[in-house]
Ligand binder design. Sequence first.
Ligand SMILES: NC(=O)c1ccc[n+]([C@@H]2O[C@H](COP(=O)([O-])OP(=O)(O)OC[C@H]3O[C@@H](n4cnc5c(N)ncnc54)[C@H](O)[C@@H]3O)[C@@H](O)[C@H]2O)c1
Length: 360
Amino acid sequence: MKEVIVKTSGKTYPIYIESGIFNRLPDICQENYSGKKLAVVTDNNVYNIYGKTFVKKLEQKGFFVIPIIFEAGEKNKNLVTLTSIYDALAEHAFTRSDIVVALGGGVTGDMAGLAAATFLRGMGYIQIPSTLLAMVDSSIGGKVAVDLPQGKNLIGAFYQPDSVYTDPMLLETINDRCFSDGMAELLKHGFIKDISLYEKLVNNEYDRKSLSENLDEYISVSCNIKRSIVEEDEKDNGIRQLLNFGHTIGHAIERVQNFSGLSHGEAIAIGMIFITKLTESMGLTEKGEAEKIIKALKKYKLPITWPELNIADVVKAIALDKKNRSGRITLACIERIGHGRLIEIELKELEDKIYGILED
Ligand SMILES: NC(=O)c1ccc[n+]([C@@H]2O[C@H](COP(=O)([O-])OP(=O)(O)OC[C@H]3O[C@@H](n4cnc5c(N)ncnc54)[C@H](O)[C@@H]3O)[C@@H](O)[C@H]2O)c1
């Protein structure tokens, strides 16, 4: 078993990474959380594949468990579903020492985490991530949130879990597109912080089966990269913005497509390529790095060409970015693979350069 310890101002917690740990979790819970009530928050897909049996096994260990199931999808990461979680917790008289268990992808983790952060001003919170994106990204670092019609993640908090149990075997049931989505974030960690992770991934023969053999290792390296950044800047005021590499353009693409076109990982893949082409053209990135990024993303079946979209709409959406402060924007980029850096740029200059790159 691999263990990554995350130390933040309010809490120190472990991320356990082990193929097969999910099957041992009822025993682990009995050892660590006996006497507490558990609310297992999960979406309908994950509940049918894993949740139902999991809840039954926890009950057999003597736990009082309520499953809280919502319909899968980003469109349900909202205040209505959040309220239904609060209702269930209140109805069953959960207390601050009881535990919300998030079993699922990033949508589940973000929403269950916000419920745990706010119900009774904070209760126990355990994560069992079930997508690659959740394993390498959303389950680490304590950002919890729901969306508003006006935008993604507009209601949120920083709330670190008590423990994260990551079982790469749960990935056997996710589809290829969802897997590639997570690979975009895993590769991103290599691009900004770790050339050896990049090299291993790019030199690998890619098929999911052979990748799975080393997945515990890749996930733990990736978690460690995010851990180190989060520990330095938990509240996202500085270096944590490096994790937004590719996200300024990626989010704008998602927004223009009304979150129903490219997936998040696909959109940031395009974002990482085009921001690197842009910073190469400005002399901030060594020449040839965008091509290396393209090679890696292509290998993991991520898109590498600009989608059919009006450039002006994307540029307009960039101006709405949360990182836009009085006409200047902080941009994550790389000097070369493994060396991320933040730059500040006038929005107007960024817009002009994006036109230049995309019209090329
Ligand atoms: N908190 C953070 O730091 C952070 C970071 C990145 C992304 N996010 C958030 O994460 C969300 C995206 O996460 P996601 O891509 O995991 O989406 P998701 O949670 O919607 O999961 C994607 C799909 O996979 C299904 N699924 C999940 N696990 C499965 C499994 N093991 N087998 C079969 N199907 C499974 C789900 O039912 C869903 O349909 C977004 O809301 C994003 O804002 C948060």
